[in-house]
Design a binder for this molecule. Structure first.
Ligand code: DON
Length: 359
């Protein structure tokens, strides 16, 4: 009985070993490091695009007037593997403003310039459990928790991080920041001047946050300059492929897999991804992580990036947002695609692509 089972198991093992070369060949020159082939990836992207194309939930952000005017039908999906293959579907030429997604790249910039400790000690790396522009969160951290207990992905921490970017003049800071973002995207990025003006005209709350952070000595330079640079960084134009390439650079240890440029130190990537995991989708960060396992970041322009470490970066752009401020289609499409492709880093052995190969 036992001998029979052993022989059957050996037979199955032999069959798997014989099947392997064909499988490996199919993955050559494709998303091989991601353990996936072209048709699996394209099918996943196209299925998610079709499934949510007519979803009519959510609405554009309108507290920044220019965002209310963006076409809500823009819907683009891109995935970039760590070996530099780019997969896209839907609208990938339209650009939206990067908004809060910029916060992770500014955080990374500060870590590059001052080390990982600078973020942890000066701002904090803990979730606030409150809205992204909460002033109560700052007061609570100061008065109840007693120190730097927020994070660089909510506005008070983000404006503080922007204030920490090295440079003697505003122009120097801005050029260095935009150059850093562009290296992640692999092309020179530009600013959406309409969005920048619209937000500059209406960002009194962020100015108040800037002054509050200055009063508490988190910000040690001109808080209005920091708020202004922060507003400009949020106005950078990106398409889905830019965002996916930026995410893939994190997935690839800080090296842009398309251009081959080492944009940031590999040692700083885990810190950025950790904060994305705890705070990337604001009040819904826990729910998102529970369902996907992916460090991610959303922006009120309608983009979301997500990172499957060592495998791929993915991005979706679709402006209508849910009540938490996260793109409705982007959340659903990324969750579907990642779960189909086995992107969840916590789910080793349970990936559907691995299951599909084993069956
Ligand atoms: O500071 C703001 O309000 C915007 N520039 C960015 C907010 C944002 O993207 C939050 N996102 N989910």
């Amino acid at each position: 009985m036992f001998r029979g089972k052993l022989l059957a198991a050996c037979g199955a093992l032999l069959a798997i070993m014989l099947a392997l070369p064909a499988d490996a060949a199919a993955q050559q020159a494709t998303g091989a490091k991601a353990g996936l082939n072209d048709s699996q990836i394209n099918a996943a992207l196209q299925a998610a695009h079709a499934k949510y194309k007519n979803l009519a939930e959510g609405k554009n952000a309108d507290y920044i007037p220019a965002l209310a005017k963006v076409d809500p039908n823009i819907y683009g999906i891109a995935l970039v593997t760590t070996d530099g293959k780019v997969y896209t579907t839907g609208d990938i030429t339209s650009e939206v403003s990067i908004q809060s997604i910029s916060k992770v790249f500014t955080m990374a910039k500060v870590m590059e310039e001052q080390g990982a400790d600078a973020i942890e000690k000066r701002i904090g790396v803990d979730p606030t459990g409150m809205r992204f522009n909460s002033i109560v969160a700052v007061e609570f951290a100061q008065k109840v928790l007693g120190g730097p207990e927020i994070n660089p992905l909510v506005n008070p921490g983000a404006i503080t991080a922007t204030s920490m970017v090295a440079g003697t003049t505003r122009d120097e800071v801005w050029k260095s920041l935009l150059g850093f973002y562009s290296d992640f995207a692999g092309r020179p990025l530009t600013v959406n001047q309409d969005v920048f003006k619209s937000e500059s005209d209406t960002n009194q709350r962020n100015q108040a946050i800037g002054y509050l952070m200055y009063a508490y000595e988190f910000i040690k330079s001109d808080p209005m300059r920091a708020t202004d640079v922060y507003t400009e960084q949020c106005s950078v134009n990106v398409n889905a492929k830019d965002l996916a390439t930026m995410a893939a650079t994190f997935a690839n240890g800080g090296k842009n897999p398309v251009t081959g440029k080492q944009v940031m130190k590999a040692e700083n990537v885990p810190g950025v991804l950790s904060v994305m995991a705890i705070a990337g989708l604001y009040d819904d960060s826990g729910k998102w992580l529970y369902n996907t396992g992916l460090p991610a970041k959303s922006g009120v322009g309608g983009g979301i990036i997500a990172v499957s470490p060592g495998r791929f970066g993915i991005a979706v752009i679709s402006p209508p947002l849910d009540d938490a401020g996260n793109s409705v289609r982007a959340q659903r499409a990324i969750a579907d695609i990642s779960n189909t492709l086995g992107g969840n880093p916590y789910a080793a052995g349970a990936h559907s692509s691995e299951k599909a190969r084993a069956e």
